[in-house]
Ligand binder design. Structure first.
Ligand code: ZN
Length: 244
């Protein structure tokens, strides 16, 4: 990376949590920023809500086999980016609703790891954006996570069973939501784009589906270059940044 520039500042966090619907979502949505946060000393934790069993094109493949492959791929990708912990919640892929059980499980993870920053999905359908980003599981995780951040994680009277289990209330300071090319908070990922691409390559079952090969590297480079132009960076990721 001869021409990499690390001029875009990124805030310092001690602990960061990424709550995503499927294995590969955190890396696609925010892999460049995640690597920068980890490089800056943050302990990054992934919470992967579903088991990813619907992420394939072959209906004859055994669920257990695909679930195991995707866990392995996610662990390998996270390692490339410097992610410290991964929690797989094991919900059935394609069946999520932003219900109280999901919300409680996310509150438990937030109280356990105590992140200052949470990164998650958009909590509602955006009609101006490509359909692929509005997967119903993504919408469910986005909404459940926002509700977990506020008010439940910080409220000792919410989900009393968690307090009884020793999960003390915790206040998250910020939420970042990957927002295609339309976000208002642009993170310079010039120093980490190559690692993001390398992490995505670990999700072999997703980026090299037989019969549906996809030049994702070209796609990602173009997207991040286009976003970068808005901020004077070579490559950038685009977020909505919300102060809690
Ligand atoms: Zn997904």
């Amino acid at each position: 990376m001869a021409n990499a520039r690390a001029n875009g500042r990124i805030p310092k966090f001690q602990r960061v949590m990424v709550v995503s619907a499927h294995p590969d979502d955190p890396d696609f949505g925010a892999g460049g920023a995640i690597a920068r946060l980890a490089d800056g000393g943050a302990e990054v934790t992934y919470v992967i809500v579903t088991d990813g069993r619907q992420g394939g094109e072959d209906p004859r493949q055994k669920d257990a086999e695909l679930i195991a492959v995707r866990k392995k791929e996610q662990r390998a990708a996270a390692k490339v980016l410097g992610v410290k912990n991964i929690e797989f919640l094991g919900y059935k892929d394609g069946h999520l609703a932003p219900d109280l059980k999901l919300r409680r499980d996310i509150v438990r993870e937030i109280r356990k790891y105590k992140p200052e920053l949470v990164i998650t999905h958009i909590p509602g359908r955006v009609l101006d954006a490509p359909m692929g980003g509005s997967h119903p599981d993504h919408l469910a995780v986005g909404e459940a996570t926002m509700a977990a951040v506020y008010p439940d994680s910080r409220n000792p009277r919410a989900f009393r069973s968690l307090l009884r289990q020793g999960y003390e209330p915790h206040e998250v300071k910020e939420v970042w939501i990957p927002f295609w090319t339309m976000g208002d908070y642009l993170v310079d990922i010039t120093p980490t784009l190559d690692r993001k691409i390398a992490a995505l390559r670990k999700h072999k079952s997703q980026v090299a589906k037989p019969g549906r090969e996809w030049d994702f590297e070209k796609f990602m480079r173009k997207r991040h270059r286009d976003v970068g132009k808005k901020a004077g960076y070579q490559y950038a990721e685009s977020f909505k940044r919300i102060t809690v």
